[in-house]
Design a binder for this molecule. Structure first.
Ligand code: ACO
Length: 400
């Protein structure tokens, strides 16, 4: 690899790299991906092992601090997070200022920005104690905000967090519990959600993580950086794809169009239609996360006693695409988003909550990457170059 900043200084040359296809903006020791082999590892641990054996908070610790926690470290981390789950009552009123039709991703990013206003005197991005405190605050409060965004969209009252429950169970209760009615956590749902969240925890320098790092490089605090990351994740080419996949499957089903015909339209790029949930900038092989999600989709739906024709439709689409030259030549495979929506739907989440779930999954990765950038002595303010293509110089009328 070449250090382009030295090359630029020495030669004055600028590399034009739309979409940063070939430009590394940082060194990182957090996540390893081999896109050709379909390998994903967090801090060296294969994603398959973590998804099977670990928990969301254990993996969060691993990403943030670099090692698996001891039992005591994990218990302390869990305890500190439980301690910080409550939102300021004023912040809860913030939600009433937004229309009930608001997309929960917009609600989440706005509320995370608003959250920072409560901690302005404790958000120095150079103060290790503030960084640690806000890491815990965000892990504790963002799931609550996410659940309130859900409750707001369906017009139900917000519940207080139940800190006797584990992280994931508490999140499920906040989303699906109803005021003054008992709520029993379904262990199948809880484990399935934990697994999906683990699979999303980090993915090196994707668009939202790069956004978090870029905003952080200006000296902005964790709240500002992560709310920017949430906005980047919202787009349908990134995290928003999980919502777009379900919408696509629903549209195909309702229209009665055959899957083959839909695939033809994708190949002909009719109206720019894409096979959502397919393709990835880095994976030119089956996304290892998609493999795990696909495996659990059948299992979870069976255990929840649900049969969803959209899952069969997704499988049919995959089968046709994987055997088609268009997709083979371009090395397009299902990505993590292709099957997640079917599981979230089976759990009872509305489609518009899917990307919010991705955001909660990705939060530990954003925090870890923000912290890593802060301790890397090479980090500078992010400032891409451009190749100017406009007029060289013109005079304002009447000035010459
Ligand atoms: N359906 C149909 N064709 C596709 C798709 C797709 N999903 N993805 C890529 N292609 C085609 C492109 O049209 C292009 O074809 P061409 O060579 O004839 O012009 C070729 O494959 C290469 O695609 P690029 O757009 O250059 O690939 P890039 O790396 O820039 O984009 C991306 C990656 C954005 C993920 C793209 O594959 C896509 O739009 N997929 C659908 C959205 C999606 O699922 N996003 C989630 C990504 S994973 C995540 O963020 C968690």
């Amino acid at each position: 690899s070449i250090d382009l900043s030295t090359l630029t200084r020495q030669t004055g040359l600028t590399a034009l790299d739309y979409g940063f296809v070939n430009t590394a903006a940082t060194r990182s020791a957090i996540t390893f991906i081999d896109g050709d082999q379909g390998i994903l590892r967090y801090r060296g641990y294969p994603i398959e092992q973590l998804a099977k054996n670990s928990t969301y908070l254990e993996v969060a610790w691993l990403l943030i601090y670099g090692e698996l926690p001891t039992a005591d470290q994990l218990a302390d981390f869990d305890e500190r997070i439980r301690h910080h789950t409550l939102l300021h009552e004023d912040l809860k009123r913030f939600f009433s200022a937004l229309p009930h039709t608001a997309h929960p991703m917009s609600v989440l990013s706005s509320a995370v920005s608003a959250l920072s206003t409560y901690y302005e005197n404790e958000s120095d991005p150079h103060n290790p104690e503030h960084i640690e405190l806000n890491t815990v605050r965000m892990l504790a409060k963002l799931p609550v905000i996410a659940a309130y965004a859900h409750k707001k969209s369906i017009g139900q009252a917000f519940l207080y967090p139940d800190n006797s429950l584990s992280f994931v169970d508490n999140f499920l209760k906040l989303n699906f519990g109803v005021m003054s009615e008992p709520y029993e956590v379904n262990p199948v749902m809880s484990r399935a959600l934990e697994r999906l969240l683990i699979l999303h925890e980090d993915h090196e320098q994707n668009a939202s993580t790069s956004t978090v790092r870029l905003v952080g490089s200006t000296g902005a605090n964790q709240f500002s950086s992560i709310s920017a990351g949430i906005n980047a994740l919202y787009g349908p080419l990134h995290g928003g794809a999980n919502e777009a996949v379900l919408e696509m499957l629903g549209r195909i089903r309702e229209s009665g169009e055959s899957v083959q015909r839909f695939v033809e339209r994708v190949k002909n790029k009719e109206d720019g239609v894409k096979l959502m949930g397919f393709g990835h900038r880095v994976y030119k092989n089956y996304d290892p996360r998609a493999k795990l999600v696909k495996e659990s989709a059948d299992e979870v739906l069976a255990e929840l006693g649900i049969s969803d024709p959209l899952l069969d439709l997704a499988k049919e689409l995959e089968e046709i695409a994987l055997n088609d030259d268009y997709f083979r030549e371009r090395r397009l495979y299902p990505n993590v988003d292709f099957y997640t929506g079917v599981i979230y739907k089976a759990m009872g989440f509305p489609t518009r909550m899917f990307t919010v779930l991705f955001a909660i999954g990705r939060l530990p990765g954003w925090l870890a990457q923000w912290r890593e950038a802060g301790t890397d002595t090479h980090t500078k303010i992010g400032r891409p170059q451009q190749l100017y293509t406009g007029a060289v110089r013109r005079d304002y009328p009447g000035t010459v």
